[in-house]
Write a protein that binds this ligand. Structure first.
Ligand code: AMP
Length: 428
């Protein structure tokens, strides 16, 4: 059995071939779709000042209270491994002084010190997008459409969109009062955390995962009842736009999402293939005040491990970026080996993916390696071929082979390839 000391930390994983090609396939497809909506990638650091998250996500959120990997660096600064992407993007937008209409996306690891279980990791990966700008129902509907477009482009069917509103900031007091009035008579049934939240941050109770609290929450009146007409009209407009875009949704009057910065539209996308941790993705409109810089936007984040889990549970083939090598070079004898080394480099520079054995193994072992790699063809050279300046080209699937000279061999191998832009075209 492999020793534990070679395993990653609990709740974290190595992602290697062949699975890593599925990740790359998802990423490539996602970049294509995001680009078609006019989003630019931004890569923020994974380590940030703790305040970046604490202030924007809210002190009483589960993420901030229990889940952040926070520590002091060698200079005594409080730093945190990012638990989510939006706060860093907001910091970036504020620091870069970007136009209020910036559209950016990110892709990378997030860290939450949660109890690991199926679908819940300590290092997981999110693809997120943020569309900056003041509250606008069309922007919210567009983000939802984009998110569903991405899931479809990945071949994922059966996603369910649940949606609600948190209303305007001015609604908060009225919503909290209405919730408290409904919850106080049943406070004994709430968990200890929620009893405290009743006074401090009553909205968080709607997010509590404990079953006792869930039963109480189920019976609550919709929070929209306590909201202003303007908030309700905004939400209605988002739903109308979704209808016009042909997007199916389920209104969930108890959905509030776990972070404090949300206002107006919030949503979650679930997939029934995922079991207990069925949240594939979430999103919402937010207003973040970071050190005096106020940033408004709407965004979403999808958990890539969960997307992969749902894809693997389904019947579809997740997109994979894996391409077997076009050619495998097989050498018999030292001279053929040296000539093949040269040919290998030449072909690679022409954009042909090419492999060969470097350990001087037998012909049989080299053939086995070609098969294992899934190479489409093999080019075989022995002493005679080197002397005659010829090559044996073998089509691996058909098993046919023919002897060719250099120009013809190159034409045949290159025929299926166009040189990627910027590739050096060496002379032979
Ligand atoms: P959240 O910011 O909590 O709404 O997370 C957005 C998405 O990230 C979720 O819908 C999940 O798909 C994913 N996610 C969140 N936490 C984890 C975790 N601990 N492990 C794996 N995926 C996660």
């Amino acid at each position: 059995m492999a020793s534990d000391r070679f395993q990653p930390l609990q709740g974290m994983s190595d992602i290697a071939a062949p699975e890593v090609y599925v990740w790359q396939g998802l990423e490539t497809e996602a970049r294509r779709v995001l680009h078609s909506y006019g989003f630019d990638e931004v890569r923020t650091p994974v380590l940030e000042r703790t305040a970046v998250f604490q202030r924007s996500l809210g002190d009483d959120t589960d993420v901030v209270r229990k889940e952040m990997y926070s520590f002091q660096d060698r200079g005594g600064r409080d730093v945190t491994l990012r638990p989510e992407g939006t706060a860093s993007i907001v910091r970036f937008v504020a620091s870069a002084g970007l136009t209020p209409a910036a559209r950016v996306y990110y892709l990378g690891p997030m860290f939450r010190s949660e109890r690991p279980q199926a679908g819940r990791k300590r290092q997981f990966h999110q693809l997120g997008a943020e569309s900056m700008g003041p509250a606008n129902p069309a922007a919210d509907a567009e983000m939802i459409a984009l998110q569903l477009h991405l899931l479809q482009a990945w071949g994922l069917d059966g996603c369910v969109l649940e949606i609600n509103t948190r209303g305007e900031p001015e609604d908060r007091g009225r919503v909290a009062e209405a919730l408290r009035a409904a919850l106080v008579p049943r406070q004994e049934e709430l968990c200890e955390d929620c009893q405290r939240r009743l006074q401090e941050n009553v909205l968080r109770i709607l997010d509590c995962k404990r079953s006792g609290c869930g039963a109480v929450v189920e019976a609550l009146p919709p929070i929209t009842d306590a909201m202003s007409d303007a908030s309700r009209a905004y939400f209605r407009e988002v739903l109308d736009l979704l209808d016009r875009l042909g997007i199916a949704y389920r209104e969930n009057p108890r959905l509030v999402r776990g972070l404090d910065y949300y206002q107006h539209t919030v949503w979650e996308i679930t997939h029934n293939a995922l079991g207990a941790q069925d949240a594939l993705a979430g999103g919402g409109r937010y207003h973040v005040d970071m050190d005096g810089a106020a940033v408004d936007g709407v965004g979403f984040a999808m958990g890539l491990e969960r997307v992969l889990g749902a894809l693997q549970a389904g019947t579809g083939e997740p997109p994979s970026a894996y391409r077997p090598p076009d050619v495998w070079l097989i050498s018999l004898g030292r001279e053929a080996f040296i000539e093949n080394l040269l040919l290998c480099q030449t072909l690679r520079r022409r954009g042909v993916s090419c492999g060969m054995d470097l350990a001087g193994r037998s012909m049989k072992a080299q053939m086995r390696a070609a098969n294992r790699a899934g190479a489409t063809r093999a080019v075989i050279r022995g002493e005679r071929e080197v002397e005659e300046g010829t090559f044996v080209l073998k089509e691996m699937a058909a098993g046919t082979q023919e002897t060719l000279e250099m120009p013809e061999l190159l034409n045949r191998v290159l025929a299926l390839h166009t040189c990627p832009p910027g590739t050096v075209e060496p002379t032979l």
